[in-house]
Write a protein that binds this ligand. Structure first.
Ligand SMILES: Cc1ncc(C[n+]2csc(CCOP(=O)(O)OP(=O)(O)O)c2C)c(N)n1
Length: 551
């Protein structure tokens, strides 16, 4: 007869949940012991819960199915919250199993007792404390059904220790996944009419709309109707590169995004929400849809993206149109002074086909999109919820989901320090990840934000809150101490040599790139011109923008 833990793991495996990122404690010991009775489940130890949840996020994005986490009561779940938040914003499915005290122990309010459900609700659309061993399998099947449905979401199943250790567990059958519905006839007709009219129109593409099949379909419609293609600022997963339709990402800075959207008469959302500014700034707009622009939803988070695109394609007669495709074009080999831009250029020049780029470079990745646009096809996964510390853990999950693809994680030094323990899991699991850490010894983006929020008279103490120089962080020693081959690059040539070597030898590598901060006052002034060249803006708009961003 199965105990609860065994039935639970069997249910998970039956439903295709075959990877579990763990950081267990005493209340999870029966689950841990049961792992050996179900060898189809791969358990991966993480040394901090934020690594476990971030790895589950990366796995979900790349495998298109949930991974599980195993977390220790409310405190363990709380430690994992930031990356669960990123998953929630990216609509990534994750199944959390959170151990709890045995039901009869709760009355004593022992040391680790806390309100787990309250912690879970912040990020989970489905939360349940399993009350009995015979029902545990069914509870798990319902949790999996909730997280795999549309939109993908975080489901948290709380597992009291006695429900786990008692006999009488019954594995449940996999849940049936309900097929989503496409847009209705009236919506298709309205959007088709907007696309065929004279106004300026664009699509804004989110998670599922940034995958190859959807991209090709929407690009055909765009070619037939003259619509432009935008991607959300921070995509869950975006397939791009030579041979795929090029899509312009909306800028992080609201001032720039507003310019990208200027003059639109119709904005059509596909698995995306209306664009808003990341933060509010005194005197600046939060809602970025231009006045007078009509907003349409072709497919919401719960609707069928491909089915809706097929219907729209028929309605506008786009079936035979040829989509605009990105030409193959890599940048030249970088030379000269070593900067973060040179790292981005080297990646554009050298990265292999089907690479997975995890982008948490923050300011250092400003030129990444441009330098990799015509590189061989690859995926980019981004910081969907803005909660830093996602890059290294996401790389762990992506590498486990896609063992035959190179993962290149681009991470700011500040961001890397949140979840640096991920390196240890990379070494232990021998994951094919190249972690590039931009050591600019600064929270550089916050220096920019300090200018943007309009404060005056910044003093020493304020400046020191954004400065990581003292003491300097040594990422090479840190990587080596966790078993990852690590090199430091202080010149462009050193970086190229380290990167080429890392590309040739499988397994985890770390390259610490010692670079100056990218987004200096000078770069800020140049940004409008960069955007102008990308978006063909008229001079007066570019000048107005320049005044807005860098007066
Ligand atoms: C969980 C969380 N804590 C704090 C922040 C605020 N924050 C945003 S960016 C940033 C610093 C990023 O520094 P780094 O990774 O070194 O990149 P850089 O800005 O230097 O390019 C901080 C602290 C956040 N976004 N998320």
């Amino acid at each position: 007869m199965s105990n609860g833990a065994n039935a639970l793991i069997r249910t998970m495996v039956n439903a295709g949940v075959t990877t579990c990122f763990t950081n267990p404690g005493t209340s999870e010991m029966h689950f841990v012991a049961a792992l050996d009775t179900v060898p189809e489940m791969r358990a991966v130890l993480a040394l901090f819960e934020g690594v476990a949840t971030g790895a589950a996020d990366g796995y979900g994005r790349m495998a298109d199915k949930p991974a599980a986490t195993l977390l220790h009561l409310g405190c363990g779940l709380g430690n994992g919250l930031a990356n669960l938040h990123n998953a929630r914003k990216g609509r990534v499915p994750i199944l959390n199993i959170v151990g709890d005290h045995a039901t009869h122990h709760v009355q004593y309010d022992a040391q680790l007792q806390s309100d787990i459900e309250t912690v879970a609700r912040n990020v989970s659309s489905w939360v349940r404390t399993s009350k009995s061993t015979p029902n545990l399998g069914q509870d798990a099947a319902e949790a999996i059904s909730a997280c795999r449905g549309l939109p993908g979401q975080v489901a948290t199943l709380i597992l009291p220790a006695d429900v786990s250790w008692s006999d009488g567990g019954v594995p449940a059958l996999p849940p049936t996944i309900i097929a989503p519905m496409p847009a209705d006839t009236a919506t298709i007709a309205t959007i088709a009419e907007a696309l065929q009219g004279h106004g300026k129109k664009a699509f804004l593409l989110g998670a599922r709309a940034l995958r190859t099949t959807a991209l090709m379909a929407v690009a055909r419609i765009a070619a037939a109707t003259g619509a432009k293609l935008f991607a959300e600022v921070l995509p869950t997963r975006m397939e791009r590169g030579a041979g795929l339709p090029p899509v312009e990402r909306l800028a992080y800075m609201a001032e720039l995004a507003s310019v990208q959207l200027t003059g639109l008469d119709h904005l059509i959302l596909i698995d995306a929400t209306a664009p808003v500014s990341f933060f509010a700034y005194p005197g600046k707009k939060s809602y970025l849809v231009p006045e007078g622009c009509q907003l349409h939803t072709l497919a919401s988070f719960t609707q069928d993206v491909l089915g809706s695109l097929d219907l729209l394609s028929v309605a506008v007669g786009a079936g035979q149109s040829s989509p605009v495709l990105q030409a193959a074009k890599r940048p030249g080999r970088p030379r000269g002074k070593f900067t973060a831009d040179k790292v981005c250029k080297a990646i554009g020049q050298l990265m292999p086909e089907h690479s997975i780029i995890v982008d948490e470079a923050i300011t250092s990745g400003l030129m990444l999109s441009m330098f990799t646009a015509g590189a061989p096809q690859h995926d980019v996964i981004a910081l969907t919820g803005g909660s830093i510390g996602f890059g290294l853990p996401n790389a762990v999950g992506a590498a486990i989901a896609c063992p035959n693809r190179k993962v290149i994680a681009l991470v700011g030094d500040g961001s890397a320090m949140y979840t640096i323990q991920a390196l240890w899991t990379m070494a232990r699991e021998k994951l094919d990840v190249i972690s590039i850490i931009f050591n600019n010894r600064s929270y550089a983006v916050l220096n920019v934000e300090l200018q943007r929020v309009g404060v005056s008279g910044v003093g020493e103490q304020a400046r020191s809150q954004l400065d990581l120089k003292n003491p300097p962080i040594d990422f090479v020693q840190m990587g080596q101490s966790m078993g990852v081959a690590s090199k430091r690059a202080t010149t462009t040539d050193e970086f190229l040599a380290a990167f080429e070597q890392a590309l040739q030898s499988p397994g985890p590598h770390l390259i610490e790139a010692i670079v100056p901060p990218t987004l200096t006052g000078l770069k800020l002034r140049v940004l409008p011109h960069l955007l102008q060249s990308l978006a063909n803006l008229p001079q007066p708009i570019a000048r107005a923008l320049k005044r807005k961003i860098a007066p």
